[in-house]
Design a protein. Structure first.
Length: 123
């Protein structure tokens, strides 16, 4: 079973998952992600801190969402993906296609625009 809590933070959909991201969980998560894209959203932060399992259906869903978000100039960041769950991304070769952050807070930083250089003061 997968528990999904989501909210918007500015122009970012934040999703906190708890449990297993399997076929049943993909159906529910897919609805949340598709609705976000359909309403014009494109930036998504998904927190995996409490995810204990992911299968190929979960990988496919995330890859699809990431591709659609990127096509809209959005960004998808996966936070707190550790242990066996990260191994699934790594072994499948999909780890190189995603942007990972160690924590939810670190993931939020990745959505900030780069700082503009400060022009030197003229005297």
């Amino acid at each position: 079973m997968l528990d999904i809590k989501h909210a918007t933070l500015g122009d970012i959909l934040t999703v906190n998952l708890t449990g297993q991201l399997n076929m049943q969980g993909c159906t529910d998560l897919g609805k949340v992600l598709d609705e976000w894209l359909a309403t014009g959203g494109s930036n998504t932060l998904i927190d995996f801190a409490s995810v204990t399992y992911i299968n190929s259906a979960g990988l496919k869903l995330l890859w699809r969402h990431s591709s659609l978000a990127n096509a809209k100039a959005g960004r998808v960041v996966l936070a707190s993906v550790h242990g066996n769950v990260f191994q699934v991304f790594d072994i499948s070769g999909l780890a190189r296609l995603f942007l990972f952050a160690n924590s939810f807070e670190d993931a939020l930083i990745l959505f900030r625009p780069p700082s503009e250089p400060v022009a030197p003061k003229s005297e």
